[in-house]
Design a protein around this ligand. Structure first.
Ligand SMILES: C[S@@+](CC[C@H](N)C(=O)[O-])C[C@H]1O[C@@H](n2cnc3c(N)ncnc32)[C@H](O)[C@@H]1O
Length: 321
C-alpha cells in the first residue's frame, strides 16, 4: 500500500488559465496485483470472446439495463454507470487475469464487473466516502477466479505511483463532467409534477475539493484530463484500450461538448481514437418532459452518451503539451 500520497500543486504561470499542475513529490509502493493472462487464448487474440460473442459486439450502438446490484440511490453516489456496461468493455478488451484500471471509480462499478469476469482491477477516487463505499461493496464479493480488486483513495494524477509501465490492459471510466453537475438541479428532463422530486434544486456534486474534476470549468477540465491521461499512457500495454464514458450537456442554452474536449485532450497526449460508441439510454428513460418546442430543437443528453474508445498506439508519437 502507498507510503505517502501527498502532492503539491504548482500554478503554471505561462498558461493563460493558470492551470494548477499536480506534481507528485512522494512515492507510493507499487500495488501487489497480477496483470498477466490466465487463459489459453492465442497470442494475437485481444480478448477471450468466441466468434459469435464478438459478432454481437460489432454494433456501434449499445443498450444496457441496470441490475439489482447497481447503485441507483443518488445519495450514495450521484452518477454511476451500469455493471453490464463495464462488463462489455472488459470482455472486449482484456483476457482473464489481466489488469483493468478505473481512474475515477466512484461507487466501484468497475471493480464489481472485474470480479465477475476474473480480471484484476484497481480503482482510484479522490473522495474518501467513495473509496469506503467501494470497499464495502468489495467485502461482499466471492473470489471465484483468484483475482484482486482494490480501491485506492487518491488523485488520479498519482496513478503512475502505483502501477508498472506496460501493465494495464484496459483503462475504463466515467470521469466527472467538468463542473456541469456543480449547480442546482432543475430536472428539466422530467415531465410535469415529476420535476419536483427529491433531487429538485439539489447540487449532485462529488465534492468541492479543488482537485475534483467536477469543480473545474470545461477548459481547465480538458487540461487536467490531458495531464492525468498523459501519465497513464506508459502504464497501458501497447494497443491497450482506454474507454471514457461522457455525455454532452446544455448550459445556458449552449451545448457543452464534453466528448470533444476529451477527444482533444487525449489525442494531444498521444492516444489514438479507435471507435465512437453510442450508449443508447432510451430503454432506461421514461416520461421525458418537452424541451424547446416549437422554436428550439434540443437533443436530450439523458437519451444517449458517448463511449470513446482510444488505444495506446503501438509506437507512442511525440506529444504537444
Ligand atoms: C462519474 S463518477 C464515477 C462513477 C462510477 N463510474 C460509478 O459507476 O460509480 C466520477 C468520480 O470521479 C471522482 N473524482 C473527481 N476528481 C477526481 C480526481 N482528481 N482523482 C480521482 N477521482 C476523482 C469523483 O469523486 C467521482 O466519484
Amino acid at each position: 500500500m502507498p507510503k505517502k500520497t501527498t502532492i503539491i500543486y504548482k500554478t503554471k504561470k505561462k498558461h493563460p488559465l493558470k492551470i494548477k499542475e499536480a506534481t507528485a513529490i512522494y512515492t507510493a509502493d507499487k500495488l501487489d496485483i497480477a496483470h498477466t493472462r490466465a487463459c489459453d487464448c492465442g497470442p494475437t487474440h485481444i480478448n477471450c470472446l468466441t466468434a459469435k460473442e464478438w459478432l454481437k459486439s460489432q454494433l456501434g450502438v449499445w443498450q444496457f439495463f441496470y441490475e439489482k446490484r447497481d447503485i441507483r440511490d443518488k445519495t450514495l453516489h450521484p452518477a454511476t454507470f451500469p455493471i453490464n456496461l463495464v462488463k462489455k468493455c472488459i470482455e472486449l478488451f482484456t483476457h482473464k487475469g489481466e489488469l483493468v484500471v478505473d481512474p475515477f471509480v466512484g461507487s466501484g462499478t468497475t471493480l464489481i464487473a472485474a470480479n465477475d469476469l476474473g480480471r484484476n482491477a484497481v480503482g482510484f477516487d479522490l473522495n474518501e466516502k467513495y473509496s469506503a463505499l467501494c470497499n464495502q461493496r468489495l467485502d461482499g464479493l466471492l473470489n471465484l477466479y483468484n483475482t484482486k480488486q482494490i480501491a485506492v483513495r487518491d488523485d488520479a494524477i498519482n496513478i503512475d505511483q502505483y502501477s508498472e509501465p506496460d501493465s494495464i490492459s484496459l483503462l475504463v471510466t466515467s470521469p466527472p463532467y467538468a463542473n456541469l453537475l456543480n449547480r442546482q438541479r432543475k430536472n428539466k428532463s422530467r415531465r410535469g409534477s415529476e420535476r419536483n422530486n427529491e433531487q429538485f434544486l439539489k447540487v449532485e456534486q462529488y465534492s468541492q475539493n479543488e482537485r475534483d474534476l467536477g469543480t473545474m470549468p470545461i477548459e481547465e477540465y480538458q487540461q487536467e484530463m490531458a495531464q492525468i491521461y498523459k501519465r497513464l499512457l506508459p502504464l497501458l500495454k501497447p494497443k491497450g484500450h482506454c474507454i471514457i464514458n461522457v455525455p454532452d450537456m446544455w448550459w445556458d442554452n449552449r451545448r457543452i461538448t464534453i466528448h470533444i474536449a476529451v477527444v482533444e485532450a487525449l489525442r494531444s497526449v498521444g492516444y489514438e481514437l479507435r471507435n465512437t460508441i453510442i450508449w443508447d439510454r432510451t430503454n432506461i428513460v421514461n416520461r421525458i418532459g418537452i424541451f424547446g418546442w416549437p422554436s428550439n430543437y434540443i437533443t436530450m443528453g439523458v437519451t444517449f452518451e458517448y463511449l470513446l474508445d482510444f488505444w495506446r498506439p503501438p509506437v507512442i508519437q511525440p506529444i504537444n503539451i
